[in-house]
Design a protein around this ligand. Sequence first.
Ligand code: AMP
Length: 192
Amino acid sequence: MLRSLLVAPPGAGKGTQGERIAAVYGVPHIATGDLLREKAAQPSPSAGELAAAMARGELVPDEVVMALVVERIAALVPPVGFVLDGFPRTLAQAEQAYAWGTAADLTFHAVVSLDVPEAVLVERVLRRAETSGRQDDTAETVRRRIRVYAESSGPLLDFYRRRGILVEADGTGTVDEVTARIRARLDVLDLS
Ligand code: AMP
């Protein structure tokens, strides 16, 4: 069962590709943005703070995301596979996830990074804003989210490169072309 992670800046097609890759390999697609939006929408002491951080395009605290992901994965029926989308997003989260994954024998087979030039990203997110209803899909916020990504993704990708599981894919072109590129790289892996 595939255990993978998609890493990409906002607008790179992480959600779309994550869902497709999860369907191809028959595993759940677990998107931390979705889990956090759900959590922020339910009344709780931290809901207001979470919603505000997300609306500003800032990251929410590591322990909040980690707890949500662990809870979601722990509820899966073995054999456990997944495509994570949006977590780990920082080196600190990757180190925590690796410690947890090693103990649970659930480390990643592959970490897929999608490369898309910034101009294409802003254009795609603003187009998505017309229908997504997401408060963080504005020009100002998307630039901040791209900046946050640029700052946190370098050390994150280096961590996975050093572990030898980083798969770098070109995220431009049609949705089908990108899916095919990712599949070509994942299909050759030993997923035991
Ligand atoms: P996304 O849908 O992946 O673009 O995530 C939307 C927002 O959720 C981000 O801008 C962050 O505010 C928050 N978020 C999602 N995943 C994480 C994470 N792993 N760590 C911290 N914040 C996150």
